[in-house]
Design a protein. Structure first.
Length: 99
């Protein structure tokens, strides 16, 4: 993407629901298109945000207000995408893969 304009981060407060996946995906696509992004970079970003939102809904709890926060910003030539949820009820554990 090539756009020299400074863009503020986009922050969406979305329902803690699978229905938020296509909303986040479409909003990111529109934002990237406005900045001149197209093709594979948009497809890749849409895939990443879909996975992040779906994983939050599937494996975590909502924030105190029953929602999740989805955000992204342009960092140089890269897009930084994040999803904030209420955390998990379990703790991570190490898994040793066979050699």
């Amino acid at each position: 993407m090539t756009n020299s304009a400074v863009r503020a981060p986009v922050v969406l407060s979305l329902p803690f629901s699978a229905s938020s996946v296509p909303v986040a995906r479409q909003r990111l696509k529109g934002w990237m298109s406005d900045l001149g992004g197209s093709g594979e970079s948009v497809d890749d970003a849409r895939l990443v945000i879909s996975e992040l939102v779906a994983n939050a809904v599937r494996h975590a709890r909502p924030l105190a207000d029953g929602r999740i926060l989805v955000s992204w910003t342009l960092e140089g030539d890269a897009i930084e995408v994040s999803v904030t949820d209420g955390g998990s009820g379990s703790r991570p554990r190490a898994v040793h893969a066979p050699s």
